[in-house]
Design a protein around this ligand. Structure first.
Ligand SMILES: C[S@@+](CC[C@H](N)C(=O)[O-])C[C@H]1O[C@@H](n2cnc3c(N)ncnc32)[C@H](O)[C@@H]1O
Length: 219
């Protein structure tokens, strides 16, 4: 069984206006966001990021946590599932020169606009069907992506991670620990289809047979 471990603790915490997003969010906003197109990444705040640009502050201090956790080296290979514009794997290759990195994302827009330096390592694919052979990747990482799948598809995606990963994996998913956090999540959530209490997630991972590590996203 995997471990609950916060490998994202060095990721900068943004000060988001949850209440503003709650009042402005409509079913149409959700529908647009779930297309994961230009609007989601670089459109208005009510449809997603409101501008998704590279900033080394985001991953620079997280990559060393990943590196230490699995002793990643030049000889390792890492897959980022839901890589968006490839910022994490770009920084990983910058900080661990020679490491093999791959990224997949369902968004054609994100891959088209991925950082030039790693664009050739990225492809459009669904987490439900990873275009990699069994045990062909050392470590798979998926940050705030898998909760965008409905529960039955999420099961498939977790089994895909198990299938391709040789050494381990780490995922983060939208979660809550109490009523207050659930309300905050409901206010924040634009795209997620599966959001659970942390204890429920842990049971889910066990039932599915997901053996990788995991942590939570709390807005
Ligand atoms: C909240 S963003 C996170 C991006 C990146 N992992 C990060 O932490 O900056 C979620 C990403 O998941 C991608 N995504 C959503 N559903 C997906 C699926 N079924 N398969 C692959 N990627 C998916 C979206 O296009 C988007 O890039």
């Amino acid at each position: 069984m995997g471990r609950e471990v916060n490998l994202m603790k060095n990721y900068p915490i943004s000060k988001r206006d949850i209440s503003g997003r709650l009042t402005s969010k409509t079913d149409e906003d959700r529908q647009i966001a779930r297309e994961f197109g230009k609007e989601f990444f670089d459109g208005s705040r009510s449809h997603g990021y409101g501008g998704f640009s590279y900033d080394p502050r985001f991953w620079e201090n997280v990559v060393p946590m990943f590196q230490k956790h699995w002793s990643l080296s030049t000889n390792s290979s890492v897959l980022d599932i839901g890589c968006a514009k490839g910022f994490m794997i770009y920084d990983m290759r910058r900080l661990i020169p020679g490491i093999k990195v791959y990224g997949i994302d369902i968004s054609q827009y994100a891959i088209d606009n991925a950082k030039e330096e790693i664009k050739s390592c990225c492809k459009v694919a669904n987490a439900r069907l990873l275009p990699f052979d069994d045990n062909s990747i050392d470590v798979s990482i998926s940050i705030t992506t898998l909760h965008n799948l409905a529960e039955k598809h999420l099961i498939t995606a977790l089994l895909e991670i198990e299938r391709v990963s040789r050494i381990g994996s780490f995922i983060t998913v939208d979660a809550y620990r109490n009523t207050k956090e659930k309300e905050r999540m409901d206010a924040w959530n634009l795209t997620a289809k599966t959001v659970m209490h942390v204890d429920h997630w842990k049971e889910f991972f066990q039932d599915v047979g997901y053996t990788g590590d995991y942590y939570w996203f709390f807005p």
